[in-house]
Design a protein. Structure first.
Length: 545
């Protein structure tokens, strides 16, 4: 059953994954224009693999069933001029099926159905038999009378205007044929495009109309997919699908676009990029210029106007926005002269560099007390810096001897050092600890070599010390008095909050004695006062009013 296929359906090819242009495929054409470019492209795409027009093995029917398959019905093909979706299995079928249209009519060169030109799938398309006959060998141009069956097509005595959705497709097939067949190989015809209709022999018109159609109907996904399928069989591509700008560079070269520069030349993720170029027109003037860009070479959907700067230089009005590191940005420049002829540059690209990510640096790792006993919480501290970002996290991890359980606690920044406490643990264990630091770019570094041995406290001596040390008044408002017998060798006197954070260290005299500790600047609440000797320690609760 025949039906019209809307433009939306033609564009709905999400199920297809299009291959990229092979790396280096068009390198020999870079920077060329006019006949030099046409010759370079010819040398790239000639001598393709050919297939018979009709054969029991793979033939043109088979290629078209795949290249022109209806994306919404895999059993059908799309007819080029009508847009109908028809049963692919109905190959001619005694005039009741579909036929194979030679877009470059085979009479314009007398190559009939013989390879290479007569079986070249780049210009062969499925079509309704009667519509194919109506088009015949007519040139391509605008105007005429609406066709009765292909109602979006128009025709007169010597020209055929296809439906708008495939005007660009037709143009690019004609440009392909005029480039692929140059008569430089025995048995191959030289095909050329001219700017008039009513042609005969190995020429075809109308060139100016085809150039316009190439601009009016850009390459779409259906056409890209078709190019890939034919390439998979013939091993040559249609350059004017991959690079539509080649059309104007060969057949309309009065305007030139050169000296394309970007600034900065090696952009980083924070850099917007400005593009400049020299644009000239040999027989008139440039009336507009714009830059088209995107993140794939096939989809340059973003447009920035370019303005005249000085001399022949044009520059983008706004910059291409900053992009993530590792992104490729593709762009071309489109210029229009005072004859409304457009010129396109080749597609360029730049890569946004991924800046080096230096991991955090962990240094000055200390733990206190240096000889902890089983009553001591151990403060681990370190200096942690990040040269190219911000520290995101610092984590202290520890374990007891060979036991498998690993404990962890976030480290808190205080007075330029990161700190965390390992709680008091049983005597006799070696405690192993490490520090893990990550920055805001997820770069990680570690300190792995921390360890200490926990000694035992003599409980009898500790109890005796607890009885003999006098602390008063408690609760206290201003000054706390601490009296310690002279026979105790004091190592440290430290005040902690209830979270285990060190609040104040009291300078220790060479001998034991009386200490006055001013707590007037401390907020009201409960604190822990820890007194350590060479062998023992006691901890007292202090209440500040």
């Amino acid at each position: 059953m025949k039906k019209y296929l809307s433009l939306l359906i033609l564009l709905n090819l999400a199920a297809n994954i299009f291959a990229q242009i092979p790396a280096g495929y068009y390198d020999s054409a870079d920077g060329l224009t006019g006949e030099q470019l046409k010759t370079a492209l010819h040398n790239i795409i000639d001598n393709h693999t050919t297939y018979p027009y009709t054969d029991a093995a793979t033939d043109v029917w088979d290629i078209l069933k795949e290249s022109d398959r209806d994306p919404n019905n895999s059993a059908n093909v799309i007819l080029i001029y009508t847009g109908w979706s028809v049963d692919a299995a109905q190959e001619y079928n005694d005039g009741a099926g579909w036929s194979r249209e030679h877009v470059w009519a085979k009479s314009h060169g007398d190559f009939d159905e013989n390879p290479p030109a007569g079986t070249d799938a780049h210009h062969l398309r499925p079509e309704d038999i009667s519509v194919n006959s109506a088009r015949g060998e007519k040139d391509f141009d605008n105007g005429g009378t609406q066709h009765a069956e292909a109602t979006m097509c128009y025709t007169d005595a010597d020209s055929w205007e296809p439906r708008p959705a495939v005007k660009g497709d037709v143009a690019r097939m004609m440009f392909y044929m005029a480039t692929r067949y140059e008569g430089d190989v025995a048995g191959e015809i030289d095909l050329e495009l001219v700017d008039y209709t009513g042609t005969s022999g190995p020429i075809f018109g109308k060139l100016s109309t085809l150039i316009l159609w190439n601009e009016q109907d850009p390459v779409d996904d259906f056409e890209r997919n078709r190019n890939e399928v034919v390439y998979s069989y013939q091993h040559n591509r249609n350059p004017f699908i991959d690079h539509p700008e080649y059309v104007n560079q060969i057949w309309n070269v009065s305007s030139t676009i050169s000296n394309i520069l970007i600034s900065p030349t090696n952009p980083s993720p924070n850099d917007a990029v400005r593009v400049s170029a020299s644009i000239t027109d040999s027989d008139g003037s440039i009336i507009s210029a714009k830059l088209n860009w995107g993140i794939t070479s096939e989809s340059l959907n973003n447009t920035i106007t370019m303005s005249f700067s000085s001399g022949t230089t044009y520059i983008t009005n706004t910059d291409i926005p900053a992009q993530a590191g590792g992104t490729n940005i593709y762009f071309n420049i489109e210029a229009m002269d005072d004859d409304s002829v457009k010129t396109f540059s080749t597609t360029h690209y730049y890569n946004v560099t991924i800046p080096a990510n230096n991991p955090p640096v962990i240094s000055d790792v200390l733990f206190s007390p240096s000889n902890p006993n089983n009553l001591d919480s151990v403060l681990v501290s370190a200096t942690i810096t990040d040269s190219d970002g911000v520290l995101n996290s610092a984590l202290l991890k520890w374990k007891k001897g060979s036991e498998p359980t690993i404990y962890e606690k976030p480290m808190v920044l205080s007075e330029s050092k990161y700190n965390a406490y390992i709680p008091a643990l049983e005597s006799g264990f070696t405690i192993y600890f490490m520090i893990i630091a990550k920055d805001d770019d997820n770069a990680e570094s570690s300190y792995l070599d921390g360890s200490y041995v926990i000694t035992a406290v003599n409980s009898t001596e500790n109890d005796m010390m607890d009885e003999k040390v006098k602390i008063f008044p408690n609760p206290v408002r201003d000054n706390l008095t601490l009296e310690i017998p002279e026979n105790y060798q004091i190592k440290s006197i430290t005040l902690f909050d209830l979270m285990g954070r060190e609040i104040q260290t009291v300078p220790v005299n060479s001998n034991s004695g009386t200490y006055i500790i001013n707590l007037s600047d401390k907020p009201a609440g409960s604190y822990l006062l820890k007194i350590r000797t060479q062998q023992n320690s006691i901890t007292k609760m202090i209440i500040v009013n």
